[in-house]
Design a protein around this ligand. Sequence first.
Ligand SMILES: CCCCC/C=C\C/C=C\C/C=C\C/C=C\CCCC(=O)SCCNC(=O)CCNC(=O)[C@H](O)C(C)(C)COP(=O)(O)OP(=O)(O)OC[C@H]1O[C@@H](n2cnc3c(N)ncnc32)[C@H](O)[C@@H]1OP(=O)(O)O
Length: 196
Amino acid sequence: MTRSSLTTPPPGAVVPAAHPGAPAPGATLASHYSRCFGCGSDHPTGLHLTARTPDGTTVEAEFTVGEAHQGAPRLAHGGVLSAAMDEVIGMSVYLFRKPYVTGRLETDYLLPVPVGTTLHLRAWCNGIMGRKAYLEAEGRVGAPDGPVAVRAAALFIEVDMAHFAKHGDLAVITAEHHDYEVNLERRRGADPAARS
Ligand SMILES: CCCCC/C=C\C/C=C\C/C=C\C/C=C\CCCC(=O)SCCNC(=O)CCNC(=O)[C@H](O)C(C)(C)COP(=O)(O)OP(=O)(O)OC[C@H]1O[C@@H](n2cnc3c(N)ncnc32)[C@H](O)[C@@H]1OP(=O)(O)O
């Protein structure tokens, strides 16, 4: 993976153990939002990723490239492949039960990916330090041990739930995500502006 220093874990970054509340090994991960481009079942042309975690800290998923995902004729659009990486990486860091957003995403495209190809995706954490999580993902063609077509490295930044309240309905979000750290009132007390 070609990566910048920004997505390389610094010395002292630690890969957390599986959170006690993480799904059981092999469990399917629920979509975080039904209209999400990556995992939402209600998105008409999205990636429709259904992911699972084999161990509570990493994520696996499959994505079959469809007609709606083309860039060049009959080939997947690079941005769509990057979105698939973003989604599985996002799912993997949320296993640690705190809300994060993508700060930086770096992608290497190694092989063209034709329409109809199933990419086997995998994402994992290389370390967390403070609010910064350093993560990686890969997409392999046709099988979990197939050739690597896409690799990504990412820096995700921890936020609080107030981050999502500016444009979404916090009550609905927290109802769907009651197992995440939701300290909005406490943080508001400490910082009236709260992070937005
Ligand atoms: C999407 C979920 C919605 C629902 C959420 C609810 C629950 C979640 C449950 C389940 C979710 C499961 C799966 C999700 C799957 C996929 C999701 C895909 C993820 C996305 O698709 S998400 C959309 C794209 N994403 C954004 O929309 C972010 C826009 N952005 C910002 O909102 C701010 O920019 C923010 C918050 C990132 C930082 O802002 P801030 O003010 O809080 O903090 P600050 O700027 O101080 O940065 C702190 C330290 O990070 C360093 N830093 C920051 N950015 C950096 C960069 N780009 N490169 C290098 N370093 C960076 C600084 O240099 C500093 O480092 P230092 O401390 O060392 O100085």
